[in-house]
Every structure is written in C-alpha cells, then in structure tokens.
Design a protein around this ligand. Structure first.
Ligand SMILES: [Zn+2]
Length: 575
C-alpha cells in the first residue's frame, strides 16, 4: 500500500517538531548556562563597564614638635591630568602646558599621546600652577584634588622627620618609623559611570569611609633645633668639615630636644638629594669615640671599689709598651703627665692612666660596664636604621685591646649612645632611655599614648657624682676650657679620634673631633654632644667641637630661661 499524502505531512510535522524541540532545549540550556553558571562573570563585566570604585586616601596624621608647631602636615593639592582622546592638537597643548608644569614639551606630548583616556601630567602641584593651567582652558585637561605632604620648616630636623613618597609611604625618619600610626586606613567609594567613563552625578556612594591617621608629637623643640643647626652650620663652615652632628637631650627623661645633622636635605624636594643625605647620622653613624669614652672605665673602677677619686694610678712617661705595641699620651712634647691620680686622668685625658685602670678591671668587668652604659646595643630611639655600634666580645680581647678600649679605641659608638652614657653621669647613675616621640594622639578608636620610658641604673649616685666632679675639672682647668660658660658650671669631656674606615683601618690625616657634656653641672638641664667629622686646619675636639658646644649651650640656656648658678667671674680664654 502506498502511503497517503496525510501520513507524509504528519511525518514531516513530527520531524520539524523534533528539530524545534531540540533547538528549544538547546536555547534553554544555553540561557541556563549563561545566567546561572556564567552569570556572575557577565555581571562583573557589566559592572566594570558601568561602575567603578576609587580609593579614598585617609588623611595622614600631623607631626608636631613638643610645642605644637607642625613639622609635617597634609594639605589638599590639585593634580593635573589629561584625557588624550579629547585633545585635538596635542603639540599645541604640550607647548602651552610645558613651561607652567616645568616639564619639557616632548615629555608632556608623550603623556598626551598615550592610549586610553587618562594620563597624569603633574601630581600635587602648587596652587599657582593649578591656577595657570585652569586659565588655559584646554579641552581634555583637568584638575583633581589630591593630598600633598608638606614640611613647613623645610630642612629643619629633616633627617628626624623624614619624608613621604608620591604613593604616600613614609620613606625616612619618623614618617617611615611610624608609617602605620600616621597613615590610617584608606576608604573606598563606588560610582556609576556613563559610556564615556564619566561619573554620573548623584550615582556615587562611600562604601567604606577612610580612617584618619593619628597625630604624633615629637620631643624636639623647634627653637632649640634651630639653634643647634645654626651653630653646626657655622662650625662646618669654619672648619671645612665633611659632616657633623649636634644632639641635645634632657638628661633625666632622655627626651631628645634637638638633633641636627649635616649634610642634610629638604623633605619638600627629597628627589633632588642623594639617598645617603637622608640618613640620620646621630643614630646611624658609628665612630671610634676616643677620650670621651674614658668615663666608662673610670666609672667602672670607682663603682667596683678599685680606686677613689684621688688615688694614685700611674706615673705617666707619655708612652707605655703593651705586648709588641706602644701606647702614647698626647702631651704636646712636655714629656708625660707625671703622677696621675683618677681625677687627673680624666682632667688631663691620660691614655696611659686609662690603660692602667683597664688592666686592673680586666676584660670581663670592663665589658659588663660597657653593656650597662648601653654600648653595643641599639638605643631604640624610635627611628629605623639605627646602629648598635660595635663592642668586641670580652674573650677576644688581648692586653692591647683592653688598653685601647679603656681610652676609647677598638670600639665604635653612635652619638646618641655616647650622649645617653653621659646622661647617666648627669642623672645620678641612671641612664635614661633616649627617645624622640613624646606622644601619639588618640584617634581611630585608640586612646592617647604618652611615651614615658624608664631608665636603668648603671652606677651608684656616689660614683656618678664623683665622675661629674672630674668632668667639671676638665672644663675648669683641663682639656675642655673652651666650653666654659660665664655663670654656669659645665661638666664635659673632649675627644679626638683618628678616623677608621671599615676594612681599611686608620685613614691618614682624617679625624673626628668631639665634645660631650652637660650643664649646669650641679643640676643638669641640658646634655649635649657636638661631633665634627674630618675638620680641616685643626682636629682636636677641644679646638673644633668645644666652642660650638659652648655656643649651642649658651643660646639654649638663654632660650629656656635657665638662670646662672654661679657668681659671674671672668672666664679665661682657652689656650
Ligand atoms: Zn698620660
């Protein structure tokens, strides 16, 4: 039987129905796949096209000096950008912008020739630059608000305050050491954009508000800092020195009142200086201290009951053989120091006396006092990159090492370490904890944090007072007469050291001259160290550093209103 036309049509309909069913099932499956499995992906793609998130930079905390004067603060500044797609004549635009932005026309044109719709031309520009750029009214050139870190005092205390790089990271000084405290936490803002990538007005919401950074109050006093820097500049010029440091401390609390280093840099323009200028020499520069170090062996010997201040130590003939080496005293061709007691040892700075005391102490005992005074240990001032200096282990000392260390050779110390040791003498035997941060203000859910660090006892009050008296003798009639101040009793010590370079030993003709001490001696208010690195024309600490110390002290005492404690008398000029 031949099939009728009806049956043929039915079979065709069934076939097409099957095809449509397959297509329908396929479409449903595809939709299901796109919406359910790939849905989140496409939603993200669409979000990227229509929405954007921006970072809301948290305002950075301010750094103040102890009197509330800002040393580093954040201000709003305009940043200039271009939309390359909107600028028709890039060459003409670059020619008008380049002189205002202080860039070459080629550089500006290069920025404007980039692909995409956004290119920075100058970030955190000065106000007058922003005004002049706006006045040009170039289509496609815009200004947006950003934050800028400024240092209103310029170079003042630059190596302590530090600086912040373009992406807001603290890169030196307190800015680096307290980055997490100062920076706070950035926030996020969400916005809807049109087809050209511009934000739609009203379609913007803050997803996470920024948390402001906390303010930091330093122990520095800007006026004392200025005095220290001015006097240091004068000394560097006078002695054509390669570098120098003046450090001023409150001897009871360890608060650093001034910290001046040269060479230095301007944090507002840090890119213009080599990186080694941005280091803080007061805490990173470890040098061989020379005679200023003698107080350690003498304090140890008095504390251990080996000597009393007027006990005979040695008859100094200017040189003394130790093993195969000979140690010398600098006595200017007048033979030796003759009969030397403990006091004369310090007042006249007798190396052979110090070596003799060192021998009697022995390596273990002297080493113990070095550590107690804080040598060979990082002082933790609140800055990064601090040096611990170097103190060799006691079991490696030969006789010559012991002698050398007793008069300040074969060890290295930082200015901050040495000054803290003198503060122990000023502070009746308690070495204060030197520090630079006085207070971290409250904020971000954190309470105010007052920094009060306890000191540690190094020697008894009796030993400290005995050494203090010897240090007064240094200034009254010894090597430090250039540090005399009319009406005030000064306690201090000179130091002169030949400069040793790592791996190269002593370098001929290069010296470090220093003076360290405190005033007024009977009730110390200021402890200070002055160091001149590679002075020319003279190199003794007594000549190059003591007069600068005296000048910083005089001006600082006057500023702080510390009255004279002695009846004024004629001060003899230093020889
Ligand atoms: Zn001597």
């Amino acid at each position: 039987m031949v099939p009728g036309p009806g049956r043929f049509i039915r079979s065709r309909i069934e076939a097409w129905s099957f095809v449509f069913l397959l297509v329908f099932v396929g479409l449903v499956a595809a939709l299901f796949y796109l919406q359910v499995f790939r849905g989140p992906h496409y939603r993200r793609v669409a979000d990227r096209l229509h929405h954007r998130t921006w970072v809301l930079t948290a305002p950075r905390g301010t750094i103040f000096d102890r009197n509330g004067l800002p040393l580093a603060l954040t201000v709003d500044a305009g940043s200039i950008f271009g939309d390359p797609s909107e600028i028709r004549d890039k060459q003409a635009a670059a020619a008008s912008l380049a002189p205002i932005l202080n860039l070459s026309p080629g550089r500006v044109e290069e920025c404007l020739a980039r692909r995409g719709r956004f290119a920075w031309l100058l970030r955190r520009a000065d106000d007058d630059v922003v005004t002049r750029v706006k006045a040009l009214k170039i289509k496609g050139i815009g200004v947006t608000g950003e934050q800028k870190r400024v240092y209103p005092m310029g170079v003042l205390a630059a190596d302590t305050v530090g600086f912040v790089t373009a992406n807001h990271g603290g890169a030196a000084g307190i800015e680096e050491a307290l980055q997490r405290v100062l920076a706070g936490h950035d926030g996020r803002v969400w916005g809807e954009v049109d087809a050209r990538g511009r934000i739609i007005p009203g379609q913007r919401r803050v997803e996470q508000p920024p948390t402001a950074g906390r303010d930091v109050v330093l122990t520095l006093d800007s006026r004392l800092q200025e005095i220290a820097e001015t006097c240091l500049d004068e000394a560097i010029t006078r002695w054509k020195a390669a570098a120098g440091t003046v450090l001023v401390m409150e001897p009871h609390t360890g608060e650093i009142l001034a910290l001046a280093n040269r060479p230095t840099f301007d944090p507002n323009d840090y890119r213009a200086y080599p990186a080694q200028r941005c280091v803080n020499r007061a805490v990173t520069f470890a040098y061989e201290p020379g005679s200023t170090f003698k107080i350690v062996a003498i304090s140890a010997a008095l504390e251990e009951g080996l000597y009393k201040p007027h006990d005979h130590v040695v008859y100094c003939r200017a040189s003394l053989p130790v093993g195969r080496r000979v140690i010398h005293c600098v006595t200017h061709g007048h033979g030796g120091h003759g009969d030397v007691d403990v006091t004369k040892l310090i007042v006249k700075s007798c190396n052979i006396g110090a070596a003799t005391v060192g021998f009697r102490l022995g390596p273990q005992r002297l080493h113990r006092y070095l550590r107690k005074f804080g040598f060979g240990v990082k002082p933790d001032l609140g800055l990064s990159g601090q040096s611990a200096g170097s103190v060799p282990p006691a079991d490696t000392w030969r006789d010559i090492t012991l002698a050398n260390i007793a008069f300040g050779q074969s060890v290295s110390v930082t200015p901050a370490q040495l000054l803290a040791a003198y503060c122990a003498i000023a502070n009746d035997g308690v070495r204060p904890h030197p520090h630079l941060v006085k207070r971290i203000e409250g904020g971000a859910g954190q309470p105010e944090q007052e920094i009060d660090l306890p000191g540690s006892r190094v020697i008894s009050p009796e030993t400290a007072r005995a050494v203090r008296k010897m240090l007064c003798g240094v200034v009254e009639k010894g090597t430090g007469t250039a540090a005399q101040i009319e009406g005030y009793q000064v306690a201090g010590k000179t130091g002169t050291a030949q400069k040793a370079l790592p791996g190269r030993g002593f370098t001929g003709g290069k010296f470090i001259g220093s003076f360290v001490g405190f005033v007024p001696a009977d009730n110390p208010k200021l402890a200070m160290i002055v160091i001149l690195d590679e002075p020319s024309g003279a190199h003794y600490g007594a000549v190059v550093a003591a007069p600068t110390w005296c000048e910083v002290a005089k001006r600082s005492l006057a500023y702080l209103g510390i009255p004279p404690t002695q009846v004024a008398k004629a001060v003899q000029a230093a020889p």
